[in-house]
Design a protein. Structure first.
Length: 121
């Protein structure tokens, strides 16, 4: 079965897949091991997107997502409400700038549970 895929794609196509790092096993072009048939081709001129692929053929995945770094709201209460957009596992996510921590009795919901200074005198 593997030789059929190589004949159909041609040797230069397989080398192109290796150069871009699109598949870990270029001989297994079926879905499953080696990345599968749903891996989009990369191009050195393409922008890097947050999608779990090496869009720009530089050997790195999701390293320069254009929307990463933007301010966002996490939907969490307290100090966890403000966040920054980051690329996590091929998905854009709003990560809190200040993660939850134990209450400090300072008028802020430090543990992000929706209650300010619980347990404080």
């Amino acid at each position: 079965m593997r030789s059929f895929h190589l004949v159909m794609l041609g040797f230069s196509s397989v080398l192109g897949l290796l150069a871009c790092g699109a598949r870990s096993d270029p001989l297994d072009l079926e879905t499953g091991a080696g990345g599968g048939g749903d891996v989009p081709p990369c191009s050195p001129d393409a922008p890097e997107l947050c999608n779990g692929y090496d869009d720009d053929c530089d050997g790195e995945i999701d390293e320069e997502s254009p929307t990463a770094g933007a301010d966002c709201l996490t939907g969490q209460p307290g100090q966890c409400g403000n966040g920054t957009v980051a690329c996590e596992e091929g998905q854009l996510a709003c990560l809190p700038d200040n993660p939850p921590k134990p209450e400090d009795c300072d008028g802020i919901d430090n543990d992000c549970n929706g209650v300010v200074d619980e347990g404080c005198p």
